[in-house]
Ligand binder design. Structure first.
Ligand SMILES: [Zn+2]
Length: 300
């Protein structure tokens, strides 16, 4: 698609923040999809905001990028957050959340350092309006916020769905595969081990799905922009791959073929990626396909 004339950068950032009405927003996001120049400007502005707020972290991020698969994921809305910070919006760090178990039982406050979650999962609610809804089996801790942050969570296993209101200060979710940093949007983060890894192995896969707003996913010098209805898949050490939330014609059979090929070749990274892509699009098909591949005689 032809991108057409480039809109104002502030307008593109507003579209990422969901501040534009429907048709204008769709047009702006379509332009970002088709115009790498504008995409890199929005992303650079967002990362510039984060780094200007916290110069010490820049070195840390670089070091980590050289070591493991450091994925810095910065909301496009960082541009708006930067404007707030420049106007002197004060960051109010949060060290405590209120935990409610998945069955509705109120478990009370969890402070920085506590391992927060019961096995059945639960919701952490914070006074800025941020909510973190953890999947069953997740290992999620409240941590102490760093420079420029108002809230930090450590996710070591499982998945979490985040709702983050756009107020000053970043919200960071740290994972062993990469970090997710955001100013105001709704998205989910999911970790998975590699294909064939034993239970309890460190995660090798990070999936990010955006429900609202824009998120730039950055890892190992590669970058993709996600708006609502998109996902990113990332393997430790690799580049993020973008996928539409709805499967297109032929997607499912292509991915199941790819999964079968990767397993046959013993390509565990390829199998991990194909399996998680399939799981994101159609979880039941993923389970059936896996059963068929691992036990071809089982159905007879
Ligand atoms: Zn453009």
């Amino acid at each position: 698609m032809e991108p057409g004339p480039c809109p104002d950068l502030a307008l593109l950032a507003a579209a990422c923040d969901g501040l534009l009405p429907g048709p204008d927003r769709e047009a702006a996001l379509a332009h970002l999809d088709a115009c790498p120049a504008c995409l890199s400007q929005v992303s650079a502005a967002a990362s510039g905001a984060a780094w200007m707020e916290a110069p010490a972290r820049r070195r840390g991020l670089r070091r980590r990028a050289g070591a493991v698969a450091a994925a810095a994921i910065l909301a496009g809305s960082a541009l708006a957050g930067w404007a707030v910070a420049r106007r002197g919006g004060a960051i109010d760090p949060i060290f405590e959340g209120r935990l409610v178990a998945a069955d509705g039982e109120v478990l009370g406050p969890r402070i920085a350092g506590d391992t927060a979650m019961p096995r059945s999962g639960g919701t952490l609610a914070f006074r800025d309006g941020t909510r973190a809804v953890a999947d069953p089996g997740s290992v999620l801790r409240v941590a102490s916020p760093g420079d420029g942050e108002r809230l930090r969570l450590d996710l070591d296993a499982g998945g979490v769905r985040m709702e983050v209101p756009p107020v000053p200060g970043r919200v960071r979710v740290r994972t062993p595969v990469g970090d997710v940093t955001v100013l105001g949007t709704r998205f989910s983060v999911r970790l998975a081990p590699g294909f064939g890894d034993p239970p309890g192995a460190p995660p090798r896969y990070l999936g990010v799905e955006v429900e609202r707003g824009c998120v730039a996913v950055r890892a190992n010098g590669h970058e993709v922009l996600l708006s609502a209805g998109h996902r990113a898949h990332l393997l430790s050490g690799g580049a993020p791959i973008r996928q539409a939330a709805q499967a297109q014609d032929g997607d499912l059979s292509r991915i199941t073929d790819r999964l079968g090929d990767a397993v046959a070749r013993g390509d565990r990274d390829g199998a991990t990626l194909a399996l998680e892509m399939l799981r994101a699009l159609d979880p039941e098909l993923a389970v059936r396909t896996l059963e068929r591949i691992l036990d071809p005689e089982g159905g007879r």
